[in-house]
Design a protein around this ligand. Structure first.
Ligand SMILES: *Cc1c(COP(=O)(O)O)cnc(C)c1O
Length: 377
């Protein structure tokens, strides 16, 4: 499952390394933290950009038995990676409304829908019920899920439809902010809803939810982001291992005089004799254009020979320019690797510098990188 070999003349491409050993360690850590609960894995959006098939297989080898995806097509990919026979469950989070018209996908790939409205529950029953389903109960997100007042009606519709709920779930609004009083309100509302669902397994916590002081583990936790190395505890040290590493070789070095500008629209001006390094990564690779460094914003950072360096000017479609003046190492040369994501520069850092979140950085990881998977067994 290693990436395709470099073509000759393709040495300018960046390399994205995905550490499946770190992914498995992160799952084990989450499973150990959520004492007494099963630890599932959310692998939607191509496993947050790292590659669904290798991620799903590595997680299964680590012991994960329950997976969540957003779409049936993602569920089919996860099923193909897992195989049919070994008791793996795959839930489809967006799995109700429109998919009810294509029921065969669930049967064919052994998927379970997460039903989030009375209409979806009725439709799932009307088409024969099929497998058991999960029930999504809204406790404040107002996105998907039935309101708790509709649980009796949901149970009646499921009985009529000849199926049962094997999981009841809800989703946190702000679990990454432990002081937000909404967390307690949601936990209470979920507990109350569960009183009407005796014998049904329950799930509330996403990545940050696993680390809440209330320990809202219930029967099953559903982390995604933390598996892939994102920090579930913003503002605190990251307890997870980094999973992605992005390194690009320098494809040009140049020296410019004070007063010269760099990049489109001349938004960055050299204040001293400056050495610049250009790398072949840009916004077309999902590296945020908002990491541009101008007079008014600090922009992105990269590590070059153990020295932290700043971006210079705008991020182009295929190129970024970096100020390497302070790299005194005589090894600095064409081909020197520039770290864009690593143990030194995390997805959360990049997200914050770009005015977004690490989730978006991960799920935008480009298709042009040479991808290399390590740590699989
Ligand atoms: C995406 C998602 C998760 C995983 O959330 P993370 O913050 O990535 O851990 C869990 N549950 C639901 C319903 C989701 O949509």
């Amino acid at each position: 499952m290693s990436g395709e070999p470099a073509m000759s003349g393709d040495g300018a491409r960046a390399e994205l390394t995905i550490d499946l050993g770190a992914l498995a360690d992160n799952w084990r850590k989450l499973a150990e933290t959520a004492v007494g609960a099963e630890c599932a894995a959310v692998v939607k959006a191509d496993a947050y950009g790292v590659g669904a098939e290798p991620a799903v297989r590595a997680l299964a080898r680590a012991g994960c038995r329950t997976f969540f995806v957003a779409h049936t097509s993602e569920g089919a990919r996860a099923r193909a990676a897992l195989g049919a026979g070994e008791g793996f469950r795959i839930f489809v989070l967006n799995g109700g409304a429109l998919d009810a018209a294509a029921p065969s996908a669930y049967a064919e790939h052994g998927l379970r829908p997460v039903l989030g409205s009375l209409a979806e529950i009725e439709a799932w029953g009307a088409r024969g019920g099929g497998s058991a389903a999960a029930l999504h109960i809204d406790t404040g997100m107002n996105r998907l899920g039935i309101s708790s007042g509709d649980i009796d009606r949901a149970l009646a519709l499921a009985a009529t439809g000849g199926f049962r709920f094997e999981l009841a779930m809800s989703h946190f609004v702000s679990s990454e902010e432990p002081a937000d009083p909404l967390n307690d309100r949601q936990i209470d509302a979920f507990r109350k809803a569960l009183e009407k669902l005796p014998g049904v397994a329950a799930s509330l916590a996403n990545s940050s939810g696993v680390f809440l002081p209330q320990k809202p583990f219930f029967d099953l936790v559903r982390p995604g982001y933390a598996l892939y190395g994102g920090n579930p505890l913003p503002g605190q040290p990251n307890p997870m291992r980094p999973v992605v590493r992005l390194v690009a070789p320098i494809i040009q070095l140049r020296d410019i005089a004070p007063g010269a500008t760099v990049g489109y629209n001349g938004q960055w001006t050299a204040k001293r004799p400056t050495r610049l390094a250009t790398i072949g990564v840009g916004y077309a690779d999902g590296f945020p254009r908002n990491l541009m460094a101008t007079e008014s914003r600090a922009g992105g950072e990269a590590m070059v020979l153990s020295q932290r360096c700043r971006f210079a000017g705008r991020v182009s479609m295929d190129l970024i320019v970096i100020d390497v003046t302070d790299v005194r190492d005589t090894a600095l040369a064409l081909g020197t690797p520039v770290e864009l994501l690593s143990e030194n520069i995390g997805v959360d850092d990049v997200g914050a510098r770009a005015g977004t979140i690490g989730y978006e950085v991960l799920t935008s990881l480009g298709r042009r990188y040479r991808r290399r998977y390590i740590g699989g067994v």
